[in-house]
Design a protein around this ligand. Structure first.
Ligand SMILES: Nc1nc2c(c(=O)[nH]1)N[C@H]1C(S)=C(S)[C@@H](COP(=O)(O)OP(=O)(O)OC[C@H]3O[C@@H](n4cnc5c(=O)[nH]c(N)nc54)[C@H](O)[C@@H]3O)O[C@H]1N2
Ligand SMILES: Nc1nc2c(c(=O)[nH]1)N[C@H]1C(S)=C(S)[C@@H](COP(=O)(O)OP(=O)(O)OC[C@H]3O[C@@H](n4cnc5c(=O)[nH]c(N)nc54)[C@H](O)[C@@H]3O)O[C@H]1N2
Ligand code: SF4
Ligand SMILES: [Mo]
Length: 907
């Protein structure tokens, strides 16, 4: 994008993952015009991934919240209101609820995507003003097992490593992390390190073969949930072979003997069998770890989202303590954080059991310290509810006013049927959201428009404990306001009821004022960041904590002196036995459903789902199954199935996926009720959680898959006004057994709809759909065969298809979509349209247009495969097609294609 005189550049951060990349936002003071990586930011040095580099293409204003909206009674529609009335009303309802039912009758459910200042304001609001510990965050679904793991094993919740350690390590164990998709820029850094030092060993532990395996010297495709057994088995071999560091164990740890007696039972043969891997691979893995000069582990949701999440974390940390692989360059247990400010949430104490400055809500001394600092008598001592328990309490009617900010629980929590019931039951639901399109917004009695990426100031901490100053580039649209400001404004109004006449606890006029107050609560604690200020971040760039007052720089690595923040300074071995996942394969639900991320989508897709090109890589929800499972069930690739778990069911297509092992299935976590009728992926998942971390087991649900007969199918595509059309059309598909909506295209985005049911819907419903598709008048070609309930309609403007709908029969779907993409409407099309045939003409019965592998350069899978068939290698493909030359997110997949077609590539 050419910069002209009016164009300004603001350095800020990416709002997606925990890598925490710096971005340069190009803007004209009102609109964001472009985004590039910040070369000066130490997380990414200028790189961005497919999501970060398309930030400026997301955030369609039509999807944004612009004005507060209030519903005056259940069953009524919400209507626009002003901020004063909105927050005045909220304060009144909260005050009444608290006075009638006590402080624990209200709750706050917040998010790792809030900034540290937002987090701090909410936390103070709940604990100091309302007097409840009912404040939890979506980090409960994400990081809480890692928090327990670090605290139990090392004494404090601090990932001890830096990104540079990843590059310097000799042996890397990546367990339950698909960092090629979920932490792409860090993966780019790892790719480069491995290219520089090919001797570096990389082990990936994941039931699925993911793009991350592309770098692996060894992939252990373990049975779901068997990580604890694997880690104990590795330790067993390390001990047997004498590959442990006795000196380190004696000097710096405790509890080894107990662990040793537990691990004795985890013989290599037993572990290999239980994990479903070969004995050879297990031994190779232990040898790689045991003989490496430096050993580092990276992990993410494959370990945390488990009913044994805490045990998995500690079992992995045990390996580091037993080998003394911590506190040295290239060594240490390094959990990757998912959300951009998951760390900030932990630091400000924004899980129900925590308090600011890595304190515990259950600890009377910690409570007294914080209460004293805040100038109040006491903090509440009743334990607060954690996410799953909290929504259960809402459903049971115990929570009567619920404030949700920056998270979409009606999509992301497990067992969605219950969550939707809870939200429908709750007398007063406030939702503070940037995008008013989410599933949760539907339930809001008060909907508050929040400023979002590029529009707000504050700070965030990334996975390596590095704090960045998030800077505002443009104003928020219409009346949207930054989260900290909404929270403090509400708090001040609530104070008039709860602390009348007393000086305000919320006299903050800027995020900086919040940061300054908050940081003193970290002084003298393990995370001491009291030496950091916005000015220092501006002068010296992003900094890693601890950074105590008076320090000149941050701390790249912890525990170099072998002293741990436990009572006696020793790290602890934790001896937890292996426990299988809650829903292991049983006759009625014989498949294990695994859920996780796609490369180009973010969670519930409120932002990424507004950019058509981000659907180029994966267009719609499909359930991945191994070809053997398809064969066994007599299912065709692409066929619609009903997926059932103990909690609910969904209709969607199956897809052949050789990367998933037989007995397992994979479904991306992103699809909510908006994109996939039937409450989305999480209608299937289970709310069972880890006993210590209370983190739910989102990665393993027992399911079964069966054929469905839905002969009447619909396919529609319409260009332009995609958000408005989405909102208008989506409700019309409620009565269909299957409905999947998404976007397609690049320069001319379109809404794409696939739906199916047992018999034709009413003519009236079809007419309403046609109307919204612009197919009821104007330049529309139509053919109807009422006898077969088949119909086709295409609208052609300026020689191009702009809208189309196939009903009854959709065999020509892929052909029509490719004509639309190519901007064609030729004679073939007209002839086909006006004839009683449904299959596309002759040679045009082409296969489905391949997905777009490279989003930056718009290079399709077909083009890459054709290039490989012509004998191009990676370099040749890059040079000829341009793929993989920009963000690099597609490179692992291109390499996989090359590996799958080696005979062709070398021919
Ligand atoms: N593109 C994209 N990136 C994201 C996000 C996003 O939405 N989209 N979200 C961000 C957030 S909040 C998070 S928390 C991170 C998540 O980042 P990751 O945890 O890396 O992503 P997931 O795909 O959820 O899960 C990782 C892997 O765990 C594997 N797994 C499942 N069960 C097991 C098991 O029992 N053992 C082991 N060892 N592995 C298992 C899955 O097969 C999957 O490949 O991503 C962050 N980055
Ligand atoms: N099955 C399954 N389910 C999962 C997971 C899984 O792996 N499998 N992963 C879990 C994990 S790790 C996570 S972290 C959760 C994520 O789950 P959610 O937190 O529900 O995910 P998001 O869709 O990112 O929700 C964030 C919301 O905040 C809004 N928003 C964006 N910016 C702002 C802002 O500045 N202010 C405000 N107020 N709102 C804003 C967005 O529009 C979006 O609706 O999902 C969990 N659910
Ligand atoms: S890796 Fe991608 S999504 Fe994550 S912070 Fe960097 S640019 Fe954003
Ligand atoms: Mo997460």
């Amino acid at each position: 994008m050419p910069l002209n005189a009016a164009t300004q550049v603001t350095a800020s951060t990416c709002c997606y993952c925990g890598v925490g990349c710096g971005v340069l936002i190009e803007h004209d003071d009102t609109r964001v015009l472009g985004v590039t990586g910040d070369p000066a930011h130490p997380a990414n040095f200028g790189k961005l991934c497919s999501k970060g580099s398309t930030l400026h293409l997301t955030g369609d204003l039509a999807a944004r919240g612009l004005y507060p909206e209030l519903r005056l009674g259940k069953g009524l529609a919400r209507s626009r209101t002003d901020w004063d009335s909105a927050l005045g009303h909220a304060a009144h309802v909260f005050a009444e609820t608290i006075s009638e039912h006590g402080p624990d009758s209200v709750a706050f459910y917040i998010s790792g995507q809030l900034l540290t200042e937002d987090y701090y304001a909410f936390n103070k609001l709940a604990r100091a003003l309302v007097g409840t510990n009912n404040i939890d965050s979506n980090s409960r679904l994400c990081m809480s097992s890692a928090v327990v793991g670090y605290k139990r094993s090392l004494g404090a919740d601090a990932p001890p490593c830096s990104y540079e350690d990843i590059e310097q390590s000799d042996c890397l164990l990546i367990a339950g992390s698909n960092m090629a998709y979920a932490h792409p820029v860090l993966f780019r850094r790892l790719e480069e390190a491995k290219a520089r030092r090919p001797d570096m060993k990389i082990i990936v532990v994941d039931p699925r073969r993911t793009d991350t395996c592309d770098l692996a010297d060894l992939h252990l495709a373990i049975q779901p949930g068997t990580d604890v057994a694997l880690f104990h088995g590795i330790l067993h071999i390390l001990m047997w072979e004498g590959w442990i560091d006795r000196r380190f164990i004696d000097a710096h740890t405790q509890g080894f003997d107990e662990l040793k007696s537990l691990v004795r039972d985890y013989s290599p043969a037993m572990v290999a069998e239980l994990c479903g891997i070969s004995l050879d691979d297990l031994q190779t893995c232990a040898r790689m770890i045991g003989s490496a000069p430096s050993f580092l582990s990276l992990w993410c949701m494959g370990l945390n989202q488990s009913s044994a999440g805490s045990a998995k974390n500690s079992a992995l940390i045990n390996l580091h303590l037993a080998t003394g692989q911590i506190g040295r360059p290239g060594a240490g247990p390094f959990s990757l954080t998912g959300q951009p400010n998951a760390m900030g949430g932990r630091e400000t104490g924004s899980l129900s059991n925590l308090l600011p400055g890595h304190r515990d809500a259950a600890n009377p001394q910690h409570r007294a310290e914080v209460a004293g600092y805040w100038g109040i008598d006491a903090l509440p001592d009743a334990p607060g509810l954690t996410a799953i328990e909290l929504f259960e309490a809402v459903r049971a009617g115990k929570i009567k006013a619920l404030w949700i900010a920056c998270t979409n629980p009606a999509q992301s929590l497990p067992d969605q049927q219950k969550i939707h019931e809870a939200l429908a039951t709750c007398p007063f639901v406030v939702v503070q959201e940037a995008f008013f399109t989410t599933e949760t917004c539907r339930y809001a009695d008060l909907l508050l428009p929040a400023a979002s990426w590029g529009e707000k100031e504050g700070s965030v901490t990334n996975s390596e404990r590095r704090i960045s100053h998030v800077r505002r580039a443009v104003p928020a649209p219409a009346e949207a306001r930054p989260d900290w400001a909404i929270t403090c404004d509400f708090a001040r109004r609530l104070e008039q009821y709860l602390r009348p006449g007393l000086p305000s606890l919320f006299a903050f006029d800027s995020p900086q004022a919040l940061f300054e107050e908050y940081k003193q609560l970290t002084a003298q604690r393990d995370l001491d960041l009291s030496g950091i200020s916005y000015a220092i971040l501006d002068d010296q760039g992003p900094q890693q904590w601890p950074f105590p007052a008076g320090a000149h720089s941050g701390t790249p690595r912890l525990y170099g002196n072998g002293v741990f923040p436990t009572e006696n300074g020793r790290a602890r071995f934790v001896a937890d036995a292996y426990r299988p996942p809650k829903e292991t394969r049983e006759a009625r639900f014989p498949l294990t459903l695994n859920t996780g991320r796609l490369r180009d989508q973010w969670h519930g897709m409120s932002r990424t789902g507004t950019a058509a090109r981000l659907f180029g890589h994966v267009e719609e929800a499909v359930l991945g199954l191994h070809p053997e499972e398809l064969r066994r069930r007599h299912l065709r690739d692409g066929q619609l199935v009903r997926v059932r778990s103990r909690r609910g069911s969904l209709v969607l297509p199956v897809q052949k996926d050789e990367n998933v092992r037989p007995g397992q299935a994979f479904l991306p976590m992103h699809w909510g009720d908006r994109f996939l009728k039937g409450l989305g992926s999480n209608v299937l998942t289970l709310p069972a959680f880890d006993p210590l971390s209370k983190q739910p087991e989102l990665k393993h649900a027992g399911i079964e898959v069966e054929k469905v007969e839905l002969p009447w199918q619909l396919f529609a595509l319409v260009e332009g006004d995609v958000q408005a059309r989405f909102e208008a059309l989506r409700p019309l598909f409620e009565g269909f057994a299957y409905a999947s909506l998404g976007l397609a295209g690049r320069e001319r985005p379109a809404l794409l709809i696939r739906a199916a049911c047992r018999e034709a819907p009413s003519g009236e419903l079809l007419a309403r759909i046609d109307h919204l598709l612009g197919l009821d008048q104007g330049p529309v070609l139509a053919y109807d065969d009422p006898r077969r309930a088949v119909g086709k309609r295409v609208r052609i403007e300026d020689g191009r298809i702009v809208s189309l709908r196939l009903a009854g029969e959709t065999a020509a779907r892929d052909w029509l979509k490719s004509l639309w993409l190519d901007g064609q409407a030729d004679a073939d099309l007209r002839r086909w349209l006006l004839a009683p045939i449904s299959t596309p003409p002759g040679a045009a019965a082409a296969k489905k247009a391949g997905k777009v592998l490279c989003n930056c350069m718009n290079v399709s899978e077909d083009a890459v495969c054709a290039g490989i068939n012509r004998g191009l290698d990676l370099g040749g493909l890059k040079q000829e097609l341009g793929c993989g030359t920009q963000c690099g997110s597609c490179v692992p997949e291109i390499k996989r294609r090359l590996a799958q077609q080696p005979q062709l590539a070398s021919a």
